[in-house]
Write a protein that binds this ligand. Sequence first.
Ligand code: MN
Length: 417
Amino acid sequence: MSDLIQSWLPSANSPDSEFPLNNLPYGVFSVADGDLRCGIAIGNRIVDVTGLEAAGLLRADPDAEVLDAPFWNDFMDLGPQVWATFRAALTAMLKADASDDAQDAITTYSVPMAGATLHLPFRVSEYTDFYAGRHHATNVGTMFRGAENALPPNWLHMPIGYNGRASSVVVSGTDIRRPWGQLKSPDHETPIFAPCRRFDIELELGAIVGTASNRPLSVDQANANIFGYVLLNDWSARDIQAWEYQPLGPFQAKATATTISPWIVPSAALIPFRTATPPREKPLLPHLADTTAMNHTITLSVTLNGEQIAHTNADELYYSSAQQLAHHTTSGCPMRAGDLLGSGTISGPEKINRGSLLELSWGGKEPFTLANGDTRTFIEDGDTLALHGTAKGNGYQIGFGPCTGQILPAAKDPFQT
Ligand code: MN
């Protein structure tokens, strides 16, 4: 028997749809030259929840219009109880047995997805990127420091991360300009300032912090406070990174852009896909230990100009997003609604499971061949890279929408406006 929740909207019941009633992801959309509005994807339509709220047909907060904004942050900050109540109310309006009044309201306040423009779904308060994929950390460590020193001694005890730039986050479909930077390679004795030659992707899952906090959170508290998940591509300039990363970690190599999918898949929609983290190689300290299954089984893949070049699964993450968030707060670090936590590149055990070109081409030493006979080590100008993610349920699937970007050539003179 199928676990699809049937809707009166036929397109939501298609087994090919990324947006069945089981999903209900949060986005921000506009139509023609209209204003930006909060929307929920269902089948091939977007429900205009800003419009439903203004009309008094669907309220998240009885006291305030929190959806009258081009982002979901105010709604997020109301907390998990409100998210659940809102999800239940919207589900009732979209279910096969919804009342005529509910169906009329949805018909009035929804638009075809095909005619809508999607925007960043939330205001990114701060952005942190982790390094929680065991295979990726091992591969990169082996390339940068040799097999013996691949995993730093701290890696098996806590999720390693760095503070990124919220300002770098863009929505899927945004063009990405190849950056300039300071490069140092064995080919030249002193550093040069030049366009990046080793521009790369990182296939990641992004978790969005739902409500503000200013004290350490347990893993369970952190888990309850994750609003939802996006696909995340951490564009990375490997030659800039190799020269700058010691002693304080990535800086300009990761500051050009970070692309996310336009839809935030609610944590609630992913509960059926919960799975345990991989076996612990060293026991974690109690405050970071797993309490229950908090990873997710989500099929992930990368395409280059439409051709699949890698596939992996989110269940490879050694640390769940809940463990990442819990660790993030141990110092008392204040978190805000709309903080974005990148998981780190998710690779798997085989060559085809590698979530970055750095790994796929083994540091550029082993070019890989595309179907048309072209070879690649790193991204070339004009290439379009896309991430895809699907949680496959019984009789339905959950998707995030696209996470794509095309690479434009570097500016001739980066200081010339
Ligand atoms: Mn990353």
